[in-house]
Write a protein that binds this ligand. Structure first.
Ligand code: HEC
Length: 151
């Protein structure tokens, strides 16, 4: 009985340790995660751009929903460029991301700030404000791609 108890206690300790030290995601998992986030960003950003351009009818409810998705992904991207995830799978992320982390972080923060501003503008519903805010986000995409993404 005593033996069984101490075995059970030992087992639960093993469980607790395993939970506390969940293995870090592998580089290929991080790369897959980040590419799926960018796919989510583009999935939503492209139809928003079509509405801004007028090639797709304006739908304020849809625009608002998509702006939330983009702002959400922008925040999630913070976990998607961990050390060591510069390789391990096919990736267009350039080594400069890890060599100049401050500049990269500045550009990621700009994306978070502008996409959050777009989300707030979309919630407000003023089309002129929304279109201006959309332009700011698109600029944040290019600013980062120009330096940190391979063609
Ligand atoms: C802070 C930098 C940064 C910002 C901001 C950014 N991107 Fe990217 N983007 C990247 C990098 C780096 C990759 C390459 C990721 C990889 O292959 O590992 C990428 C990849 C992509 C991809 C390809 C995804 C795939 O693998 O299929 C698309 C599409 C994309 N970005 C669209 C956008 C759009 C649209 C915006 C703005 C709304 C944006 N990105 C903002 C850095 C950025």
């Amino acid at each position: 009985m005593r033996k069984t108890l101490s075995f059970l206690v030992a087992l639960s300790l093993v469980g607790a340790t395993a939970a506390a030290q969940a293995p870090a995601p592998k580089p290929e998992q991080v790369i897959g995660y980040r590419q799926s986030l960018f796919k989510t960003v583009a999935w939503n950003f492209v139809p928003m751009g079509a509405m801004v351009k007028g090639s797709k009818p304006w739908d304020g409810v849809e625009f608002k929903r998509r702006s939330i998705a983009v702002a959400f992904a922008a925040v999630q991207l913070e976990e998607a460029f961990t050390a060591g995830s510069d390789k391990g799978a096919v990736t267009d992320a350039l080594p400069e991301i890890w060599q100049q982390p401050q500049d990269f972080t500045t550009k990621l923060k700009a994306f978070q700030r502008t996409s959050n501003a777009l989300r707030l503008a979309a919630a407000g519903g003023d089309q002129d404000r929304i279109k201006a805010a959309f332009g700011e986000v698109r600029q944040a995409c290019s600013n980062c791609h120009d330096k940190f993404r391979a063609e």
